[in-house]
Structure formats: structure tokens, C-alpha cells
Design a protein around this ligand. Structure first.
Ligand code: G
Ligand code: G
Ligand code: NA
Ligand code: MN
Length: 253
């Protein structure tokens, strides 16, 4: 249970941190970006993952301050990497509701300007479900973000209803195939069929296709054979604190 006052204190004290997980081009091994994943460095309960507090924060109405904080932390890090000569695009997760907020584009653009980070260095990840509730409002917000040069990614692709029908006219750049389909790709013909058609659909729509939850070489090889563009998962790297990810990045060059 997250108490409102406790989460407010976390925001005020700077107890939210982000870890970063690499996204890697399957064909070349090049890092195409990193996903920012929020954690709460709780004073008594230790480091909490998003599953332990994001749903509760969504219910309290403090999700917009959380989003703004994560954006701030992620863009500050992108700026720091750029200053070290590392070009690392960052991806930030949006809650479903945020996509319907008319003020979101201005908040995101203000954050980019505040950190001096070009819009092309930011990707926003949202789930299909986020687009279902009020598709016209969502489309308007996404169109404005995308017009500014921000990349839009559909997270957990395949777990919503709409996979095929709804995305075809949406202003998006990328789909991320949900890890539940990727995990057993090599052993399960049905999962392989789904992954294959998601890759095909994504490419026919001109989108970058990312596979989540890539845990072993066999899966990465199958994905590459199917033409998937980018992989993310424990095979390449776990979500890491920024300083550890910096070492990981510089160690690969
Ligand atoms: O890191 P972990 O596997 O626990 O992440 C679980 C979920 O939490 C993922 O679906 C991810 O999209 C979500 N998540 C991580 N960081 C954020 C964030 O900053 N904002 C929102 N809304 N969700 C996040
Ligand atoms: O929903 P979203 O894709 O944003 O969630 C990302 C979550 O997936 C993070 O919490 C991260 O810890 C988790 N994750 C990342 N890579 C792997 C992986 O290879 N295997 C599994 N099981 N989980 C992963
Ligand atoms: Na995500
Ligand atoms: Mn996902």
C-alpha cells in the first residue's frame, strides 16, 4: 500500500531513481538506446520496483509528477552521456492516462529544452491499452509529440486487443513485442508464428520492431533470422544504475 504522503515525501526527497536497460540492434550489436525504469529507494523497504508502487501511484493521482520526475532523471542522464561523447537515446514509459492529457506535449518539450536534449533522443513507450480508451485524444497527443521529433513506441505489443486493427493509423515509430511471446520462441511454434507476424506487420507499416525479454543466444538468433530489428533483455543487459550502464557502454566500444 502506498500512502499518498509517503509518495509525496519520496518525490520531495529525491528517493525515486531510474535504472537503464540497453536496446541492442540484433544485426550489429550496436546499442540503439536505453529504457529508463523507475525504482523507489524506500527508506525502510529497500529498492522497490515499479510493480510495487506504480499501480498505486496511478490511483492516487500522483502519476503525472512521477512521469515528470522520470523524464527529468532520464534526460539529465542523456545530457550527461552526451557530454561524455556517448549518444544514447532514452526511452521513458508513460502510464495509460498520461496519453490523454493535453498538457503532456508541453511538459515533455519543456523537459527537453530544460536539459538541452534534442527531441530525437527521446522515445516514449506506451501500451496499446492506453490508446483504446479515448483514441482521438491519444492520437492528438501523440501527433503533437511526434511532430516535435519524439519517437513513439507501443510497449507489450500483442497483449492488447487491437494489435492489428488499431495501430495502422496511429502516429507511432516502433512496436515492442511482449516478452511473453519472445521467451519460448525457439520451442513454441504458436509463439514463433505470432512473433513472425508481428515483425512482418511492423515492417509493412514502416515501424522499428523490438523484441523484449531476450534471455539467450538461441532466441536472439531466431529473432535475427525473422528480421527483428532490436532486442532487449537479460542476454544483453539487465536494468542497471546509470554509472554501471556507463561502464557497460564504454566497455563495449
Ligand atoms: O522493471 P520492471 O520489470 O519491474 O517494470 C515493470 C513495469 O513497470 C514495466 O511494464 C514498465 O513499463 C513499468 N515502468 C517502469 N518504469 C516506469 C515509469 O517510469 N512509469 C511508468 N508509468 N511505468 C513504468
Ligand atoms: O513492460 P516493460 O517492457 O516496460 O517492462 C520491462 C520489464 O521487463 C522490466 O521490469 C525489466 O526488468 C523486465 N525485463 C527486462 N528484460 C527481461 C528479460 O530478459 N527477461 C525477463 N523475464 N524480464 C525482463
Ligand atoms: Na516499457
Ligand atoms: Mn514492455
Amino acid at each position: 500500500l502506498v500512502l499518498l504522503s509517503e509518495f509525496r515525501r519520496a518525490l520531495a526527497q529525491g528517493d525515486l531513481v531510474v535504472h537503464f536497460q540497453p536496446k541492442v540492434a540484433l544485426a550489429t550489436g550496436a546499442v540503439t538506446g536505453v529504457e529508463a525504469l523507475v525504482r523507489w529507494a524506500h527508506p525502510t523497504r529497500g529498492l522497490l520496483g515499479p510493480g510495487e508502487f506504480v499501480p498505486a501511484v496511478e490511483r492516487t493521482g500522483l502519476i503525472e509528477p512521477l512521469t515528470d520526475r522520470v523524464l527529468d532523471l532520464a534526460l539529465a542522464q542523456a545530457r550527461a552521456w552526451a557530454a561524455q561523447g556517448l549518444e544514447v537515446p532514452v526511452a521513458v514509459n508513460l502510464s495509460a492516462r498520461s496519453v490523454h492529457r493535453g498538457d503532456l506535449p508541453d511538459r515533455v518539450l519543456a523537459a527537453l529544452a530544460g536539459h538541452g536534449v534534442p527531441a530525437g533522443m527521446l522515445c516514449l513507450e506506451l501500451t496499446e491499452t492506453a490508446l483504446l480508451t479515448e483514441p482521438e485524444r491519444a492520437r492528438d497527443v501523440l501527433t503533437r509529440l511526434r511532430a516535435a521529433g519524439i519517437r513513439i513506441s507501443i510497449d507489450d505489443f500483442g497483449t492488447g486487443y487491437s494489435s492489428m486493427g488499431r495501430i495502422r493509423h496511429l502516429p507511432v515509430d516502433e512496436i515492442k513485442i511482449d516478452r511473453s511471446y519472445v521467451a519460448a520462441l525457439a520451442e513454441c511454434a504458436e509463439d514463433a508464428a505470432l512473433v513472425r507476424s508481428a515483425i512482418d506487420l511492423g515492417h509493412r507499416l514502416g515501424l522499428t520492431v523490438v523484441a523484449e525479454g531476450v534471455e539467450d543466444d538461441g532466441t536472439a538468433a531466431s529473432l535475427q533470422a525473422l528480421g527483428c530489428d532490436v532486442g532487449q533483455g537479460y542476454l544483453f543487459g539487465r536494468p542497471l544504475p546509470a554509472d554501471e550502464l556507463t561502464r557497460w557502454l564504454t566497455g563495449r566500444r
